[in-house]
Every structure is written in C-alpha cells, then in structure tokens.
Design a protein around this ligand. Structure first.
Ligand SMILES: [Zn+2]
Length: 68
C-alpha cells in the first residue's frame, strides 16, 4: 500500500515537471524568436533592419547614424 502511494506521488510529481516544461518552453521560444526576427523599416531610407540594430529616437526608426 505504501509503495503504491509512493509511486503515484512520484508519477504525479514527474507529470507536473513534464507539464511545466511543456508550458514554459514554447512562450520563451516564441519571445526570443519574435524579438530576434523583428524587422523595422528606417523612416528615412526604408531599409529593413533588425530591431536590436535599429536606432529609435522620438518614436522614429533609423538604420544608422547617417540617417539619424
Ligand atoms: Zn536609413
């Protein structure tokens, strides 16, 4: 009886870990993917550049200091 209860508890804990892993992974993947792939158009020359390389000033996007 005791062993069966222990196995059930272990199974529930393991299932919990699996579910948490499943539910946690996709949102973080989507977040990193969307932020990495997000392209912004320069408001001067219309060149598309990744968001992390863009210069954003006064709500406008610039591809480089030359356009800024
Ligand atoms: Zn530009």
């Amino acid at each position: 009886m005791g062993i069966v209860k222990l196995i059930i508890v272990a199974l529930v804990v393991w299932l919990g870990f699996v579910l948490v892993k499943k539910f946690r992974k996709p949102p973080s993947n989507i977040a990193t993917k969307s932020s990495a792939n997000k392209m912004l158009a320069c408001s001067v020359c219309k060149t598309h550049i990744p968001e992390n390389e863009a210069i954003i000033q006064n709500g406008k996007v610039y591809c480089s200091k030359g356009c800024l």
